[in-house]
Design a protein around this ligand. Structure first.
Ligand SMILES: C[S@@+](CC[C@H](N)C(=O)[O-])C[C@H]1O[C@@H](n2cnc3c(N)ncnc32)[C@H](O)[C@@H]1O
Length: 532
């Protein structure tokens, strides 16, 4: 959004503020001068603009918000307020729209989008922030008057007064009265689409957890994640962050939790040797890097098949550099490949190669059996990272998952072909959905009789602080080693069966994104690796 309303737009020669976008189109109608009593509060204006960009331009709030905060020169306190307001209003849109539907005399889709967004912002302040009622009302009406117009500001005033008549708990209790089904109730209370509640419940069960953890999981999705830092091994240090109040990480070595605001203030972050990365992502990268190679032998040719924007590639390349190995980081989307290049810049350049290809092309004969370690961090629905992208839950659909599983299977096929016998492959998603996790691995094991699942739980436990994650779960599709798929009933211990398992992390348990990890190898156990 190039232009703001009266809260900060440029002034023309008459001293009036212009309200036109770059192309000259009117962005928001402006109130008559007599009705423009004041400027919009800058923090609320930023939050409003973020909601508008999300709705009108399909923008990602986590990308738009920092830019708008910088452009508006918000101080730290206002930046925190704008962040909480924008992210909260987006996350809780489902609940707030249900409340608003009771307070507006027409169906919500008939409201102007800008009016609805202003109402959501007001509702978040009234029901979920410690903003005094009069301030939430006055400031939201002031914002609306400044950037939408006097007419809508009257409607907004009237509706928010009705919202303010009850507190959040009272509203939830009233709305729940009409709902009997458990999924609908959880969806309303925790503001998730119903299909996602069902999918996450199914995911918990599929990964060996209790279905009633769903309430904690949904609640965790609504908590803003603490910023996790990683110091690239051999290159970075957490000293500066720790000196500025960061807490040492509790899940993986070399990590820290940083609650001190804008990380770009840290020199080590600006230099690229310390990076922001979820601890779950760090853990799966370490699990791949440190997993014992079942075939022993060469360990110098590594591949990250789906590398953009480069978080895991940077960590893997730093470890590779320390061990004299080289990481090929592949990303098919040019602008994301550029992000990978930047992420890798801190690592000595002789230890990484960037390719810009469809990962499925790595399944061709030229690459057959070429790599010792492969990361397949597959494109996925992101259902495990909802807390990070506040608007994303409202944009996804079950259809996305159906389409993604086909690509995930094809990428895993290509990677298994490119893996050398006795090497290790990590299949990773930031989704716990069984169709994207266990089913993709089970199907691949059926298609590749020479592939088998490793003890992923043990590999993950070996790299975590505290020794055990409690996150491993056996995979149902066990097969005789090196043989073709067999029914599960023949998978008896001591019957030549490989007891592989997978790992699923959870926001409400591990304080990470819900990352899934399966480590695979191919070839019979003990197969000697070819030395180049
Ligand atoms: C989950 S993200 C990877 C995150 C990355 N590993 C990191 O830690 O920063 C998945 C990536 O796969 C890429 N991708 C999509 N289709 C692909 C394909 N056909 N081959 C390889 N990568 C693909 C996406 O562009 C996206 O960058």
């Amino acid at each position: 959004m190039s232009e703001r309303g009266n809260g900060g737009g440029r002034r023309n020669e008459q001293g009036r503020q212009r309200n036109r976008g770059a192309a000259g189109e009117r962005r928001f109608s402006v109130a008559a001068p007599s009705q423009r009593k004041r400027r919009a509060d800058p923090a609320r204006l930023v939050a409003f603009e973020v909601l508008r960009a999300v709705a009108e331009e399909d923008a990602y709030a986590n990308l738009v918000l920092p830019a708008r905060i910088r452009e508006s020169r918000l101080d730290r306190r206002d930046a925190a307020f704008a962040t909480e307001l924008a992210y909260g209003a987006l996350r809780e849109q489902g609940l707030y729209d249900a409340v608003l539907a009771r307070c507006v005399d027409r169906p919500l889709p008939q409201l102007d989008g800008a009016v609805l967004d202003a109402l959501r912002l007001g509702t978040h302040q009234l029901l979920s922030m410690r903003v005094p009622t009069h301030a939430a009302l006055d400031e939201t009406v002031g914002l609306a008057r400044a950037v939408i117009g006097a007419g809508p500001s009257g409607l907004i005033n009237a509706v928010l007064r009705k919202v303010a008549a009850r507190d959040r708990d009272e509203w939830v209790a009233e709305l729940l009265e009409d709902l009997e089904d458990g999924v609908s109730r959880s969806a309303l209370e925790h503001s998730h689409p119903e299909w996602i509640v069902r999918a996450l419940r199914q995911s918990l069960a599929a990964h060996g957890r209790r279905a009633d953890e769903i309430e904690d999981l949904l609640a965790a999705d609504n908590q803003a994640p603490v910023v996790n830092l990683v110091a690239l091994p051999g290159l970075g240090s957490l000293d500066e962050a720790l000196a500025q109040g960061a807490e040492p990480g509790t899940l993986v070595p070399g990590s820290a939790y940083y609650a001190g605001g804008d990380v770009a203030r840290l020199e080590s972050v600006r230099g690229g040797t310390t990076r922001v990365q979820d601890a779950g992502s760090q853990l799966v990268a370490w699990a791949l890097a440190n997993a014992e190679l079942p075939g022993g032998g060469r360990d110098s040719v590594w591949l990250d098949l789906c590398a953009g924007p480069g978080g895991k590639a940077a960590l893997l390349a730093a470890v590779a550099a320390r061990r004299g190995a080289t990481l090929t980081a592949n990303e098919p989307t040019p602008h994301r490949a550029e992000l990978v290049r930047r992420a890798l810049q801190a690592v000595p350049e002789e230890h990484w190669i960037l390719t810009v290809e469809d990962g499925r092309d790595y399944g061709n004969a030229d690459n057959a059996g070429r790599f010792d370690r492969i990361m397949v961090d597959a494109p996925c629905s992101g259902l495990g990272a909802l807390r990070r992208r506040p608007e994303s839950r409202w944009r996804k659909s079950p259809q996305d998952i159906a389409e993604l599983t086909i690509l995930q299977g094809e990428l895993l096929d290509a990677a298994l072909s490119a893996l050398r016998p006795g090497g290790v492959l990590a299949y990773v998603t930031c989704s716990p959905h069984p169709a994207e996790t266990r089913a993709v691995v089970e199907d691949a094991l059926r298609r590749h009789p020479d592939a088998r699942l490793l003890d992923t739980g043990a590999a993950a436990d070996a790299v975590c602080l505290g020794g055990t994650l409690g996150a491993a779960h056996p995979l149902d599709a066990r097969r005789p080693q090196g043989g073709s798929a067999e029914p599960e009933s023949s998978a008896e211990p001591g019957n030549g069966v490989e007891p592989g398992n997978t790992v699923q992390l959870w926001p409400h348990v591990h304080r990470t994104d819900a990352m899934f990890l399966a480590l695979l190898t191919k070839g019979a156990p003990g197969i000697p690796a070819t030395e180049d």
